[in-house]
Ligand binder design. Structure first.
Ligand SMILES: [Zn+2]
Length: 60
C-alpha cells in the first residue's frame, strides 16, 4: 500500500488522527511543521533523513 493514500504520515509512518494532506503526502503535526521548516533546507539531506526514519519505522 502506498503511503500516499494510506492515511499514514509519510514522515514517521504514524496513522494518528489529525494528519494533514500536502502535495507530497500525509503529515502528522510534528512532521508537517518539520516539512515547513525544511523547505528552506537542503532537500537531498532532508530526503535522506526521511528515508532513514521510514526505514526505522518499518523495522519491527
Ligand atoms: Zn509524522
Amino acid at each position: 500500500m502506498s503511503v500516499f493514500d494510506s492515511g499514514r504520515c509519510v514522515g514517521c509512518g504514524d496513522d494518528e488522527a489529525g494528519l494533514v494532506k500536502r502535495v507530497n503526502g500525509w503529515f502528522c503535526d510534528a512532521c508537517e511543521a518539520w516539512e515547513r521548516e525544511v523547505e528552506n533546507l537542503d532537500l537531498d539531506e532532508w530526503d535522506e533523513n526521511r528515508r532513514q526514519r521510514l526505514a526505522e519505522a518499518q523495522e519491527y
